[in-house]
Design a protein around this ligand. Structure first.
Ligand SMILES: NC(=O)c1ccc[n+]([C@@H]2O[C@H](COP(=O)([O-])OP(=O)(O)OC[C@H]3O[C@@H](n4cnc5c(N)ncnc54)[C@H](O)[C@@H]3O)[C@@H](O)[C@H]2O)c1
Length: 373
């Protein structure tokens, strides 16, 4: 999809819908980017929006309609719960606003495709988390790989394993329901990192299991309450990419041993250990044949945190250029996750037919804090 430069000038007007937990990280950054002006914060619970508005000095707060109908809002940043993502994003598209949506893009292929089509028909941009791949950590990895330092990239391994979030999360049931679990909650970070390296996934095979049918809330006012586990809490997935490369990933809420953020890409000449794809920064390690210790490489480039993708979209909007964290990329990630879940059920390989578009590298000197519009 191509876009004309926007006719408006200056900072891009933004409204946030969803004033929950993650809105703090976004607002910490969005309110410091001079190319963005946060005009409105909205939530179904207006008290939550009011509190965030006061915390960040945002002029207007209230119900989602305030954001959707605001004449100066150009991008809606949708930080609602996964089950509301498509509904809120579609309302924004219908209101003629560009949309940034948190992950997962949707809970199923049908509604995700519907959103892509609606945005396309309306000439609206969709941007989607994760934007961690725009950060210094994964962009440094990209530069190392594109420079040929590991030779030809061949295989990937990723691991995310924890005991599960019910010990610390006061309201964890949703993380064990349809559209969540370790695959849908954490998969977007790991699969996006792999797809950015190898291109589109062409087929997947997976096994999965749940050790317990119910779990118990471990903290907060509901501590001791039991809730149902509706999705696999351990998934082990293989993927094959368009160029024949392959990867193996573990997504688990069943491991007493914590192992998070493990991503390794092995090429014909060396293995590169990437930083945690849930973060924007971190150290890289390059393992060459015969070397006892890896070469340690510091990440370079901007690493501000969540909101970088919104800024990239805002600048692209003014320039009429493509933004990087697109709805098409997020849909391919979602399609791959749904295919992995289907493979767990069927015990067979599942073909993935959607495509991840290539996104341009982030320049090392990209400057989020500099006014450019
Ligand atoms: N919390 C994290 O650490 C984290 C990290 C990365 C991504 N995310 C993603 O961010 C999103 C939000 O997560 P969170 O932890 O902030 O959740 P949260 O439950 O703390 O906040 C969500 C907010 O959205 C509001 N909301 C729900 N439906 C709405 C609707 N239809 N219209 C308007 N407001 C609505 C809720 O009232 C709530 O205030 C999720 O998609 C999650 O996957 C969260």
């Amino acid at each position: 999809m191509s876009f004309a430069p926007s006719t408006r000038k200056g900072p891009v007007g933004v409204a946030v819908i969803g004033a929950g937990n993650i809105s703090k990280q976004y607002l910490d950054n969005l309110t410091t980017f001079p190319d963005i002006k946060v005009l409105v914060i909205a939530d179904l619970f207006e008290e939550a929006a009011k509190a965030r508005a006061e915390e960040y000095g945002i002029a207007e707060f209230g119900a989602p309609e305030l954001a959707l109908n605001h004449p100066d809002v150009e991008i809606i940043v949708n930080l609602t719960i996964p089950a509301a993502h498509v509904e809120v994003a579609t309302a924004a598209v219908n209101a003629g606003k560009h949309v940034w949506t948190e992950k997962p893009f949707s809970l199923d292929r049908e509604s995700g495709l519907g959103l892509l089509k609606a945005a396309d028909a309306a000439g609206i941009r969709l941007g989607t988390a994760p934007d961690t791949f725009l950060g210094a950590g994964l962009q440094t990895a990209r530069r190392i790989i594109e420079r040929g330092d590991i030779g030809t990239p061949l295989t990937g391994m990723t691991t995310f394993q924890t005991p599960g979030p019910e010990s610390w999360h006061p309201n964890p049931a949703f993380l064990f329901q349809h559209g969540a679990g370790p695959l849908f909650d954490m998969g977007p970070y790991y699969l996006t990192a792999l797809i950015q390296t190898f291109g589109s996934i062409r087929r997947v095979a997976a096994v999965g299991s749940s050790a317990k049918a119910t779990r118990v809330i471990g903290s907060g006012p509901k501590a001791g309450e039991e809730f149902a586990v509706e999705v696999p809490t351990h998934v082990s997935a293989m993927a094959q990419f368009e160029g024949g490369q392959s990867s193996h990933s573990v997504f688990s809420f069943e491991s007493p041993r914590l192992r998070m953020g493990f991503v390794e890409i092995t090429g014909s000449e060396a293995t590169l250990s990437l930083p945690d794809p849930n973060y924007f920064d971190g150290e890289l390690k390059l393992w060459r044949p015969g070397a006892e210790e890896p070469e340690i490489i510091a990440a370079t480039g901007p690493a501000n945190g969540r909101g970088l993708g919104v800024l990239d979209m805002a600048r692209a909007l003014r320039a009429g250029t493509p933004h990087r964290a697109t709805g098409d990329l997020a849909y391919h990630v979602l399609d791959s996750m749904v295919s992995i879940a289907e493979s767990v059920e069927s015990g067979t390989f599942v073909d993935v037919t959607s495509n991840a578009p290539a996104s341009a590298a982030v320049p090392e000197d990209w400057a989020p804090e500099t006014a450019s519009l």
